[in-house]
Write a new protein. Sequence first.
Length: 239
Amino acid sequence: MTVRLKEFAAAMAGETVLDRAALLVGGLADPALQLAPYLAQIDALAAAAQQLIDRATPTAGPIQRARAICTAIFDDAGFRGNQADYYDPRNSFLSCVLDRKLGIPITLGVLYLEVARRVGVLAQGVNFPGKFIVRVAVEDAWMFVDVFENGKILTPSELEGLVKQYVGPDARLEPRLVAAASKRQILTRLLTNLAGIYGRANDLDRSLDVMEYMAVVDPDNDKLARELSSLRERLTNLN
């Protein structure tokens, strides 16, 4: 087990917040990665969002606060979805997303969630079919944010349309599809995306590295354990 994987395992065993855990995944790309500068960048984005909230009104409501986060991240700081090269592995590393201001739904979602946490807005990740989205508490309901589309607010009909697009024409928008995802579920989706990228490129060494992280997140997954064992054996035979 590498030093960074040990650090990731220690983080998953405790109450480490999502941003630190997601940044630790960056150890796959850069073993010397320093987390502090990136955590400071997220702090700065949160400070900018807080300024927008404070300027909006002395008693900014939840919708105004949620929109202020979108403004700070997407309009002012310039983060956006990488439409041109969606499967670039750098899109899955939060550190690279912060450097390049380009990401995919899962990493941009983590960024939104962590800015929201810092400014006291209740936001949760949603493992929606085909696209990770964020839901924000607004009074007695939820507002859904498409972080890949510059923080677009999704209407119920648009959510229904996305379900049909990604699941099938007869699919319906069910409560389970917009339920909150846990930290482990979010990290599993992040790592699954990355594993798919390396798998399609037939990069066995990097696939193994990612699966080692996945096994830390989901240690009781027997299927994953078997796949990991098989890949280790395959690489041993190749070498």
